[in-house]
Design a protein around this ligand. Structure first.
Ligand code: PLP
Length: 394
């Protein structure tokens, strides 16, 4: 099979043709700066307003609570650093979880150096935040709880509504990194008690380098990028009109297609999980079986080195991820897999396959067939596996 099979949609997605079409005029004919006074500017301003409405509607926010940023990472940085800044006189304690994206965890590490104290709440074996531990961690000087809506490696969906309720009962702000959830599962910022939310264009078939920050009215955080008066003085910089139009269109499509798309993804996902678990020995599914992103599969194979598996899958034309930091040149296993209690040697054999609704059953079956051969081949070269099998057969 010479065709590429792309199963890394948690890393990024393809821009939908409809999204690209919508964006194109704003690179060329409609190049005006939406902040200008002349009527040529009103065309791009109108496009930005429309996009803001589409994004707001996807999460049941008001349009003037939506701010456009340079991506999910910027939104995460903004939420944490600006809250820390604005509320430092109230307290210097922030609560997050051990399985957050590095855009949160590394920002927390930065804030620790600046004198803030961070509590990292543990998760259970399925990757769910322990709510009793979360509530017990709240102190009089706690200013913010930041917990992701859904995990980018193992797909576990958090009890966000409960987390928000706990935060508000204690008068603490609640931010959620919803980059993996936005456009993929229903989000309602009111019902879920969310004060701030991060989202990104390129995880929902929109362009890269454009993100969203939702800030509930009344939350008093200030600008993170200083400069001009754009975005109601809260995010300086000439608006990325094509990017904004792109994320707006992607949000609109995501809202209209969510039910059908996730049903298709869930059926592919469950077929993939079922085949792997029944046809490949010594494998473990990571993440919650039910509260799980529609497109996420994450498994660990014993006696397998994740990176070798990815290289062999690549040779078969399959784009996958180990969900570990290996890709960034480090051999440390994923902090998420360690946090759900896996020992290093098992965490090293992880494979993340994240689907899109465009994948087919034939593709999934091809991948499982290839994977079976790859696992068998790699295990046949592993002395540890040989010893293990000998012991099993005694
Ligand atoms: C991809 C991702 C980010 C970063 O978003 P960018 O737009 O790439 O900066 C942050 N958090 C999560 C959970 C992600 O999956």
């Amino acid at each position: 099979m010479s065709k590429l099979i792309y199963l890394d949609n948690a890393a990024t997605t393809q821009v939908y043709p409809e999204v690209l079409q919508e964006m194109l005029p704003y690179f060329s004919e409609v190049y005006s700066n939406p902040s200008a006074i002349y009527s040529f500017a009103s065309e791009s301003k109108k496009a930005v307003d429309k996009a803001r409405t589409s994004v707001a509607e996807l999460i049941n926010a008001k349009t003037d609570e939506i701010y456009f940023t340079g991506g999910g990472s910027e939104s995460d940085n903004w939420a944490l650093k600006a809250t820390a800044d604005a509320y430092a006189s109230k307290g210097k304690h922030i609560i997050t979880s051990t399985i957050e994206h590095h855009a949160i965890l590394h920002t927390c590490a930065y804030l620790e150096k600046k004198g803030f104290e961070i509590t990292y709440v543990n998760v259970d074996e399925n990757g769910k935040v322990k709510l009793d531990e979360l509530e017990a961690a709240i102190r009089p000087d706690t200013i913010l709880i930041s917990i992701m809506t859904a995990n980018n490696e193992i797909g576990t969906i958090q009890p966000v509504r409960e987390i928000g309720r706990i935060a508000h009962e204690h008068g603490v702000l609640f931010h959620t990194d919803a980059v993996q959830a936005f456009g993929h599962i229903p989000i309602d910022v009111d019902e879920m008690n969310i004060d701030m939310l991060s989202a990104s264009g390129h995880k929902i078939n929109g362009p890269k380098g454009i993100g969203v920050m939702y800030i509930r009215k009344g939350v008093k955080i200030l600008s993170f990028i200083h400069g001009g008066a754009q975005e109601r003085k809260r995010r300086a910089g000439t608006l990325n009109v094509p990017g904004i139009v792109g994320i707006g269109k992607a949000a609109e499509i995501a809202k209209n297609t969510m039910a059908e798309r996730s049903a298709k993804e869930i059926s592919l996902r469950d077929h993939l999980i079922d085949r792997i678990l029944t046809e490949i020995p010594y494998v473990r599914l990571n993440g919650d079986r039910h509260d799980r992103l529609p497109n996420n599969v994450n498994v660990c194979f014993r006696y397998i080195e994740g990176e070798s598996m990815l290289i062999l899958l690549d040779q078969a034309g399959v784009c996958a991820s180990s969900g570990s930091a290996c890709t960034s040149g480090s051999l440390d296993p994923s902090h998420v897999l360690l946090a759900i209690g896996l020992p290093h040697e098992i965490a090293h054999g992880s494979l993340r396959l994240t689907l899109s609704e465009k994948n087919t059953v034939e593709e999934i079956d091809f991948v499982v067939d290839e994977l079976k051969k790859i696992i068998e081949r790699l295990r046949s070269m592993s002395p540890l596996y040989e010893d293990f099998v000998k012991k099993q057969n005694k």
